[in-house]
Design a protein around this ligand. Structure first.
Ligand code: 5RP
Length: 260
């Protein structure tokens, strides 16, 4: 629960998890008393939650509260003592001063792929609504183009999900090596009594479709975004274009870059 020292001993290379923690701790330095925070989801964001919890318990950040981007983050934040505000309890949204979250990929223009953890919709709502969005990554997340290292997720309504998958495939018709599929989880992972794989279900009771590109997305990202969002059945996609205001990168050589 509590966080250890931010830097590994100088005698060995830091692990990826240590780099994630370094980036997370650096981001928490931006937090000021009284702020309402967007609380991200994932293993990097988890280090920020731990750090915030430590500082709150030490009385260093009076008045700080958070809006969680997932059920998992909500539980983690509650465990470490971060006061929570609901997103849209009555349909509204708290004023968010600063969001801190990890990313799956960061391109040279600070566009992101997020949502391989499945929380992209609430992340995009909360992080898009705040004044400042600080992204925390280790250097392995830096890519020349989005979609280089794995899936670009798309959240869709379960109704007709395979039909929606077909419509997404049409957007990329003829693109060499493109493929898309429904994200599944092993039998029983959603708590159901089944012996076969089941669709991954998001916190919003939706499904995730995964798009794969050979060597990343080479097209016009805003145009691709628009075309995906125009498909009835698509709720949101995991390309976060022009949203990050700061990216903090922890490098293996021990340096930390803060890119605005
Ligand atoms: C979850 C996310 C995460 O921020 C992203 O997957 C990065 O995760 P991690 O910090 O564990 O590498 O978008 O939906």
């Amino acid at each position: 629960m509590g966080s250890a020292a931010a830097s590994p001993p100088p005698s060995r290379k830091p692990t990826q998890d240590e780099l994630k923690r370094v980036a997370a701790h650096r981001a928490v330095e931006f937090v000021e008393p009284g702020m309402t925070l967007g609380l991200g989801t994932g293993s990097t964001a988890a280090h920020a939650l731990d750090r915030l919890g430590d500082l709150l318990r030490a009385g260093a950040l009076p008045g700080v509260a958070g809006v969680p981007t997932s059920h998992k983050t909500e539980a983690h934040a509650a465990r470490v003592g971060i006061p929570l505000l609901p997103l849209g309890g009555g349909g509204g949204l708290e004023k968010i001063h600063l969001s801190i979250d990890g990313a799956d990929e960061v391109d040279p223009d600070l566009n992101l792929v997020k949502g391989r953890g499945g929380s992209l919709l609430r992340e995009k709502m909360i992080e898009g609504a705040g004044d400042r969005f600080v992204v925390i990554v280790d250097e392995s997340k830096l890519v020349p183009r989005l979609g280089c290292t794995g899936a670009v997720p798309v959240e869709v309504v379960p109704f007709g999900a395979r039909h929606t998958l077909g419509l997404i495939r049409k957007v990329f018709d003829g693109l060499t090596g493109f493929h898309a599929r429904l994200r599944t989880v092993p039998a029983g992972a959603n708590g159901e009594d089944s012996e076969s794989e089941a669709p991954f279900v998001t916190d919003n009771s939706n499904y995730i479709l995964e798009m794969f590109f050979v060597d990343g997305i080479r097209g016009d990202l805003p145009d691709i975004s628009d075309r995906l969002l125009r498909i009835t059945g698509v709720v949101e996609h995991g390309m976060f274009l022009g949203m990050a205001t700061t990216v903090i990168v922890a490098n293996k050589d021990g340096t930390v870059a803060v890119i605005n």
